[in-house]
Design a protein around this ligand. Structure first.
Ligand SMILES: NC(=O)c1ccc[n+]([C@@H]2O[C@H](COP(=O)([O-])OP(=O)(O)OC[C@H]3O[C@@H](n4cnc5c(N)ncnc54)[C@H](O)[C@@H]3O)[C@@H](O)[C@H]2O)c1
Length: 266
C-alpha cells in the first residue's frame, strides 16, 4: 500500500486503535494529522511519529463540539491544503463513571450518540466538501461488533455503533458520484483503555466476572466469544483501515468489514 503524498486525519488518534492507525498510515507514507480530545496523548504520538519521514501534526479536536470540528478542519486545510483520508475512530463506551453503573443513564445515551454517531457525521459534513472539490477522498469509520449483534450490557453504545454502520451507507451513497468512498470497520475485542473500562464494570458494578482481574475478565470474554481464540490487536484493525483507505479498495464503498477473529460471520 502506498500513501505517499496523501494527507490523513485520524480522530481519536492519541491512543489505542487510533494510535495504531496513525502509525500504520505513516508507515505507508501518509502525512498524518493526529486529532484527539486528549492533548497529552497527541503530543506523545506526534513524538513517536516524528521519527518517521512523514510530516505529523498533533491537533486538539472534540468531535462532539461543532466549533472544535470546524476549527480543526480549517487548521488542517490551512497547513496541508487538503485532507485525502479521514478516519473516524474517536469513540466512547459511556458517560463519566459509566463503569460504576449497572444500568445506562442519560449521560451514557447522550455521550455515545454525540461522539460515536453524530461525531462522525460532524467530521464528514466538514471534510466532505473539501474532498469533493479536490476530486479525491477516502473515509473509514470505526463502528463495533456491538453495532452488528447488540450488547445487553452496553445498549446505548451498541445503538450508537449500529447508527455508525447506517450513516456509512448514507454518506457512501451521497459521495459515490464524486468517487469518494466511505467504508466502515467493526472491530471485535481489543485490549485498550476502552476495554479496561468495560472490564472494571464487569468485575464490579455487574456480577459477570466478580473476583477476576480486569485482564482476566477480558481474556475470559475473548475465550467465550471469539473463534480464533485471541483478542484483536490494534494493528489488526489498523491494517484493515489502511486497506480500505488505500487505492487498492477504490471499488469498495458503503461496506462494513468485521475485524473480529470470527466473532461475527455475516
Ligand atoms: N477496544 C475495543 O475492543 C473496541 C471494539 C470495537 C470498537 N472499538 C472502537 O474503536 C475506537 C477506538 O477505541 P479504543 O478501544 O482505542 O479506545 P480508547 O478509549 O483507547 O481510545 C478512544 C480515543 O478516542 C478519543 N476521544 C474520545 N472522545 C473524543 C472526542 N469527543 N473527540 C475526539 N477524540 C475523542 C479518546 O481521547 C481516545 O484517544 C472507538 O470508536 C471504539 O468504539 C473498540
Amino acid at each position: 500500500m502506498n500513501f505517499k503524498g496523501k494527507i490523513a486525519l485520524v480522530t481519536g488518534g492519541g491512543r489505542g486503535i487510533g494510535r495504531a492507525i496513525a502509525h500504520s498510515l505513516a508507515l505507508y507514507g501518509a502525512d498524518v494529522i493526529v486529532a484527539d480530545i486528549n492533548e497529552q496523548d497527541i503530543g506523545i504520538v506526534k513524538q513517536e511519529l516524528d521519527k518517521s519521514e512523514q510530516t505529523v501534526k498533533a491537533l486538539h479536536l472534540d468531535v462532539s463540539d461543532q466549533n472544535s470540528v470546524d476549527k480543526a478542519v480549517a487548521q488542517s486545510i490551512e497547513q496541508f491544503g487538503r485532507i485525502d483520508v479521514l478516519i473516524n475512530n474517536a469513540g466512547v463506551i459511556g458517560g463519566p463513571n459509566w463503569e460504576k453503573r449497572s444500568k445506562a443513564d442519560d449521560s451514557d445515551w447522550n455521550s455515545t450518540y454525540d461522539v460515536n454517531t453524530h461525531g462522525i457525521g460532524r467530521m464528514i459534513e466538514s471534510v466532505g466538501p473539501h474532498m469533493k472539490s479536490n476530486d479525491y477522498g477516502r473515509i473509514v469509520n470505526i463502528a463495533s461488533v456491538a453495532g452488528r449483534i447488540g450488547s445487553v450490557n452496553s445498549v446505548p453504545y451498541a445503538a450508537s455503533k449500529a447508527a455508525a454502520i447506517s450513516l456509512t451507507r448514507s454518506y457512501a451513497q451521497l459521495y459515490a458520484p464524486d468517487g469518494i468512498t466511505v467504508n466502515c470497520i467493526a472491530p471485535g475485542l481489543v485490549w485498550t483503555k476502552m476495554w479496561e473500562r468495560i472490564a472494571v464494570r464487569r468485575t464490579t458494578a455487574l456480577t459477570d466476572d466478580r473476583g477476576m482481574s480486569t485482564r482476566e475478565s477480558f481474556d475470559a470474554y475473548v475465550a467465550q466469544t471469539t473463534p480464533l481464540g485471541r483478542p484483536q490487536r490494534p494493528t489488526d484493525i489498523a491494517n484493515a483501515v489502511a486497506f480500505l483507505a488505500s487505492d487498492l479498495a477504490s471499488g469498495i464503498t458503503g461496506q462494513t468489514l468485521n475485524v473480529d477473529g470470527g466473532l461475527t460471520m455475516d
